[in-house]
Design a protein around this ligand. Structure first.
Ligand SMILES: NC(=O)c1ccc[n+]([C@@H]2O[C@H](COP(=O)([O-])OP(=O)(O)OC[C@H]3O[C@@H](n4cnc5c(N)ncnc54)[C@H](OP(=O)(O)O)[C@@H]3O)[C@@H](O)[C@H]2O)c1
Length: 204
């Protein structure tokens, strides 16, 4: 029997990078997986790679109506969920002095509000021993602004990571009361389209 053959898994932001790699590993192990993202083209390409055990749903985590729609699709496609990966996120390079209100609002709408309401909307679908994993970062710990030789800071993003981790601790306390597990996963530096874009800008 495949390792994950009785598991239903949801991965937000599963159409590229770490989310897509994770989806591949789980599908290979026999899991049924729902992946999400905003770009239909990326979702279609991911579906091609993953095969029939993957369902793609175009949904923006910053939109509560999209999250309601996603919850409905997951209920009809999977029924219940054994694992929820709250992975959708953006990582814009935003120096402190030139961060605009629009950049700030988009970052917090996706990385903080999106993560919070993803958990809120999908929690009713979690099975009794389900786990939730939030992808965060090590940016808030190492201080990315100092890691950038040219002082192109990631201050705004660092703060969004801090906020997400704070929410994760609150969720975890609630989850433990219900016998569920919740982990936040600090991404160190996994190769992905986002990281490739950073590297290109750093040398460019
Ligand atoms: N790779 C690293 O080393 C690293 C380091 C620190 C933190 N992280 C975090 O890890 C997560 C995954 O990163 P990655 O490097 O694998 O990035 P990636 O390749 O850019 O993947 C991000 C995924 O999230 C989706 N997404 C972005 N905004 C979304 C939204 N509003 N609603 C729904 N889906 C959305 C993207 O699809 P669409 O663009 O089509 O929406 C894509 O599927 C992110 O939260 C990132 O901040 C990664």
């Amino acid at each position: 029997m495949d390792k994950y053959s009785d598991k239903n898994v949801v991965i937000t932001g599963g159409s590229s990078g770490m989310g897509l790699t994770l989806a591949e590993l789980l599908v290979e192990g026999g899991a049924r997986v729902v992946i999400t993202g905003r770009s239909q083209a990326k979702l279609d390409a991911a579906r091609e790679r993953l095969g029939e055990n993957a369902v793609t749903v175009r949904a923006d985590v910053a939109s509560l109506s999209d999250l309601d729609m996603l919850a409905g699709r997951i209920k009809s496609e999977l029924g219940s969920i054994e694992a929820l990966f709250v992975n959708a996120g953006i990582s814009p390079l935003t120096p402190l002095e030139s961060t605009t209100e629009d950049v700030y609002d988009e970052l917090f709408a996706i990385n903080v509000k999106g993560a919070f309401f993803t958990v809120q909307k999908l929690a009713p679908l979690l099975s009794a021993n389900a786990g939730i994993v939030l992808t965060t970062s090590i940016a808030n710990v190492i201080g990315m602004v100092q890691a950038e030789a040219d002082a192109k800071g990631l201050i705004t993003w660092d703060v969004s990571v801090d906020s997400t981790i704070a929410r994760a601790h609150q969720h975890a306390a609630g989850a433990r009361k219900k016998g569920r597990s919740k982990k936040s996963l600090p991404a160190a530096s996994a190769s992905s389209p986002t990281i490739t874009a950073w590297d290109a800008r750093a040398v460019g």
